[in-house]
Design a protein around this ligand. Structure first.
Ligand code: HEM
Length: 491
């Protein structure tokens, strides 16, 4: 047996210390790598123990990010990433994206648990690029107390009854624009049409901006801001983030000018902005600072335009594929249009009394899932439906999965507005979310769709000129790549 004395050991260390360091270093690295690999493997297989959620976390940081990016840039859209994992792992699954663990929550019980504890046990994750783009005072970024106050003050102009003027203006604008397209039988993309008209109507309602060159300038800048919201936040010229931040600065200047003219008395209007400025003399918790007004003007435009236009586009597509529903809708709309005195414009009351049209709107929102899932972060360890969620994990309320669940909706892929004859189970219909963050523009979005469907079906028939069902690439809101081109024919 080899018997090393203390001197012998010292001799070896002194003369071979470089080899010694390499050996110790290698053992250390091997130990660390195997520990990380074991942890990943452990996380991957926790599904098979109590409370664990199935799923693959993959390598540290990278996880399954590349698969998500690849689905997002394909014509199947980013939900394909979720759909595939659900077929592999079951309804509940977890994954790792950009270094964060995400759990997709597929049930009404899960949605209830998260929505009812929003801000207390869950919150929106802080995304720097988003806060830089829409502003720190945006409803999407402010902490709980500010959120409650800002939301309360912003809400009134978006209540059903306050939207009466919006409805009448939008109706007139829509009739004029559709008339232009009816002659000549020219094909146009519904998506482009609805993007422009919803934007113009929103700017009119919020700021009374009607000048076309100013509208196009604001529209271009809002698109740049919206494109920069989920990017790497580095000011490198040419990047989407850089262009978005520059666009935000221009928009803030424009809003500041308009506010300045209103305060100096040079201009006045009966719009959303005016109703906010009229609070100038109120106590601090009853009014908004200018930065709060401006950040939220931008937020409202960005949150409202793409969502509403995508929903309008899908309603046209679904009604084209479901002629029975289209005819039933047309009958209802013609009877409303005929009941109005000749030349009279549509009123808010007309739109409150269109039961079938409202069901078409709901069914469109259920199937199209304009917002696919709603992200939150767990603020502490918790358990939902027996599944353990750790503090810091992202939980995504998967509205798409809930809306497509055959236990909640028979033949879920069938477009069937009459399914809304029956009452929905709680948290089974959540296109506008729920709880303290429920969509602020919900009434406005529904009314926009009702007005659009009223005018389209009571005055026209249409043919869809491109039946391709591919989705637009790199879009977080699902929409057809073709934009759904149609040709109108007057009735
Ligand atoms: C069909 C159209 C629309 C859909 C499907 C939709 C959907 C949603 C959903 C699901 C949320 C909640 C997200 C979450 O919980 O994380 C939300 C929030 C919001 N929406 Fe909408 N939206 C639409 C149109 C609009 C319009 C027209 C506006 C304004 C003009 C608007 C303004 C907002 C705002 C400001 C929030 C944030 C509310 C808060 O955090 O308190 N949305 N929307």
């Amino acid at each position: 047996m080899l018997n090393l004395s203390e001197e012998g050991l010292l001799f070896l260390v002194r003369n071979y210390y470089d080899v010694f360091i390499v050996v110790v270093f290698s053992i250390g690295v091997t130990f660390l790598v195997s520990k990380i690999a074991w942890r990943s493997l452990d996380m991957t297989t926790t599904s098979y123990r109590g409370g664990g959620i199935p799923g693959r976390l993959g390598l540290p940081f990278v996880g399954e990010t590349l698969s998500l990016l690849s689905a997002t840039s394909s014509i199947k859209g980013c939900y394909e990433f979720v759909r595939l994992r659900r077929t592999w792992h079951g309804k509940w699954f977890k994954t790792r994206i950009f270094g964060q663990i995400h759990v997709f929550v597929p049930s009404t019980e899960g949605a209830r648990a998260i929505f009812s504890d929003d801000f207390a046990k869950f919150n929106k994750g802080y995304v720097k690029s988003m806060a830089d783009c829409v502003g720190e005072k945006s409803l999407l970024c402010v902490p709980h107390e500010d959120h409650k106050r800002i939301r309360r003050l912003l809400s009134e102009p978006f209540s059903m009854n306050s939207l009466s003027t919006f409805v009448q203006k939008f109706d007139k604008m829509l009739c004029r624009e559709l008339k232009k397209l009816e002659g000549g039988g020219k094909s146009f993309a519904v998506l482009d049409f609805s993007m422009k008209i919803t934007f113009d109507a929103m700017c009119n309602m919020l700021l009374s901006v009607t000048d076309d060159s100013l509208l196009r300038k604001i529209d271009k800048d809002c698109t740049a801001v919206s494109d920069a919201m989920l990017t790497f936040p580095y000011m490198i010229p040419g990047t989407r983030y850089y262009k978005g931040i520059k666009a935000r600065r221009r928009l803030m200047e424009t809003f500041k000018d308009i506010i300045g003219r209103r305060r100096s008395g040079k201009e006045s209007a009966g719009d959303f902005l005016q109703s906010m400025l009229e609070r100038d003399s109120y106590p601090p918790n009853e009014k908004l600072q200018d930065s709060e007004i401006m950040d939220n003007l931008l937020t409202l435009i960005i949150a409202g335009q793409t969502t509403t236009s995508a929903a309008v586009m899908w309603s046209v597509k679904f009604l084209d594929e479901n002629r029975e529903a289209q005819e039933r809708l047309r009958e209802e709309q013609l009877s409303i249009a005929r009941a109005r005195p000749d030349g009279a414009s549509a009123t808010l009351e007309d739109f409150k009394n269109m039961p079938y049209c409202l069901k078409v709107v709901k069914e469109t929102l259920r199937i199209s899932n304009v917002l696919l899932w709603f992200p939150r972060v767990a603020l502490s360890d918790c358990t939902i439906e027996g599944f353990e969620i750790k503090k810091g994990w992202h939980v995504n309320i998967d509205a798409t999965c809930i809306h497509n669940d055959p236990d909640l909706y028979a033949e879920p892929m069938q477009f069937n507005p009459s399914r809304f004859d029956e009452m929905q189970k709680p948290y089974s219909f959540i296109p506008f979310g729920s709880g303290p963050r429920t969509c602020l523009g919900m009434n406005m979005a529904k009314l926009t769709m009702l007005v659009f469907l009223h005018r389209l079906t009571s005055r026209y028939r249409w043919t869809v000129d491109d039946l391709d069902t591919s989705l637009a690439k790199n879009a977080h809101i699902p929409r057809l790549r073709s934009g759904c081109p149609i040709t109108l024919r007057a009735l």
